[in-house]
Design a protein around this ligand. Structure first.
Ligand code: 13P
Length: 268
């Protein structure tokens, strides 16, 4: 089990799915399901990361129903304001009540050529706006096969966190998502997840301090399902999951959020 001082976080990355009407339906159902099962949000935090166009509707619903589900965005601009057509600033996301913002998801790195320097600039903007970046790292299949996965992810972390203050790093969330496990049904073994996540935590200790390393929540992502979440969460350094496909299915995502209850054999 992960350190009890770090509250587990289950975050659903909806990617480019669900318009704002569908988003409201899914979130309402998720909230009812978790409420019905008396989910303790202090014990396992739950968040959703909808497309930008859904966030205002999500905010209205969360505020109106006083939901304890948190929400955030999948990306952010490195700029503050001005002539940057199509961009969304961290301040705009803050105004919408976001808690989290993904920085450097592998799909952004792959399709939009985001480098570690860009991810670093995005993380800094998110922190400046008082929000929490979820900094994503992960290796492709070739790197894994060449046994370079821990080094690769640790280097990505070095690049993404350069210049950040220890007190800011303490607040952030990191997600380890092996690219070969995203959307493939190919879930990393719990030991695979633990190996890389422990490597990242070790590097945080070296670069910052043991107390910073102990504070940072590090999630696993890649084909997480209700059936696999228990084994992953049993690892000492894994503090939650970043869930893609399964977060679009209410029962599946609610089951992932309720992994502790289901393990303890409470009603399912
Ligand atoms: O990329 C992911 C979450 O950010 C993982 O996606 P899947 O859970 O669909 O593999």
């Amino acid at each position: 089990m992960a350190d009890a001082a770090r509250t587990p976080l289950m975050a659903g990355n909806w990617k480019m799915n669900l318009n704002h009407v569908e988003a409201v339906h899914l979130l309402q159902k998720l909230s009812w399901t978790l409420q019905d099962k008396k989910h303790d949000f202090e014990r396992v935090e739950v968040a959703v990361l909808p497309p930008f166009t859904d966030i205002r509707s999500v905010q209205t619903l969360v505020d109106g129903d006083r939901m304890k589900i948190k929400y955030g965005a999948q990306d952010v601009s490195v700029h503050d304001a001005g002539a940057y057509t199509g961009e969304i600033s961290a301040a705009m996301l803050s105004k919408l009540g976001c808690t989290y913002v993904l920085a450097g998801h592998s799909e952004r790195r792959q399709y939009h050529h985001e480098t570690d320097a860009v991810v670093n600039a995005k993380a800094a903007k998110v922190l400046e706006a008082g929000l929490i970046p979820i900094v994503c790292v992960g290796e492709g299949l070739e790197i894994r096969q060449a046994d370079g996965h821990v080094e690769h992810c640790v280097n990505q972390i070095d690049g993404a966190l350069v210049g950040l203050k220890a007190d800011d790093v303490r607040k952030l969330v990191i997600a380890y998502e092996p690219v070969w496990a995203i959307g493939t049904g190919e879930v990393a073994t719990p030991e695979d997840a633990q190996e890389v996540i422990a490597g990242i935590r070790g590097r945080l200790e070296e670069t910052f301090s043991p107390s910073v390393a102990d504070s940072v929540r590090i999630l696993y992502g890649g084909s997480v399902k209700m059936a696999s979440v228990g084994g992953i969460m049993a690892q000492p350094d894994v503090d939650g999951c970043l869930v893609g496909g399964a977060s679009l299915q209410v029962d599946e995502f609610a089951g992932i959020c309720r992994y502790l209850d289901l393990q303890l054999g409470y009603s399912s």
